[in-house]
Design a protein around this ligand. Structure first.
Ligand code: ADP
Length: 161
């Protein structure tokens, strides 16, 4: 069985992420969407909320599982018997960071492969951080996220004020 892991912060999940998972789910028998719980990275939504929102967003995909992990991605991938990492490429700046990460991951886990999927052109400029900014300024983000995500973000940002 061919399994791929798609790691990320997903803070929050957007239609761009969903598009990548839908495409990956057609390429692999099983896709594990792995939400990173990294205390060193400041996130707006707690990891369990990010996981729940992803589960809702991806409920229509039978061969997709949503999980969370902490520590090194390569250790998590090994623990799940998986040697393929999926990431997505948007702007030029993504390439540099992804290349660097894939080199380090291969050093740590020889044989692990990173597959980069091209972001669909309609999501090329979409990022979770931009949506958080827009939402915090009262902008309507409903065309880029599902309603539950928009609600969760608005509620959280209101709490923070
Ligand atoms: P990380 O902090 O690990 O980069 P993100 O949640 O920002 O976590 O991204 C996870 C993965 O999803 C990355 O490979 C990223 O390039 C990809 N991604 C982010 N935004 C989009 C988008 N709009 N369309 C497609 N893929 C995206």
């Amino acid at each position: 069985m061919r399994t791929a892991v798609y790691p990320g912060s997903f803070d929050p999940v957007t239609h761009g992420h969903r598009d990548i998972v839908e495409r990956a789910a057609r390429l692999f028998d099983r896709v594990i969407v792995a939400v990173g719980d990294n205390p060193r990275k400041k996130q707006l939504l707690p990891v369990d909320v990010r996981v729940d929102l992803l589960r809702e967003e991806l409920a229509h995909l039978e061969n997709v599982e949503v999980d969370q992990f902490s520590g090194l991605l390569v250790d998590y991938a090994k623990s799940r018997d998986c040697a393929i990492i999926i990431r997505a490429l948007r702007a030029m700046s993504d390439f540099d960071a992804e290349f660097q990460m894939s080199v380090f991951n291969t050093e740590l886990f020889p044989g692990i492969e990173t597959l980069l999927l091209m972001t669909d052109k309609q999501y090329f400029y979409l990022s979770s951080s931009m949506l958080k900014e827009l939402s915090s300024q009262g902008g309507d983000i409903s065309r880029w996220v599902c309603p539950k995500v928009a609600e969760a973000l608005a509620a959280k940002l209101k709490d923070e004020v």
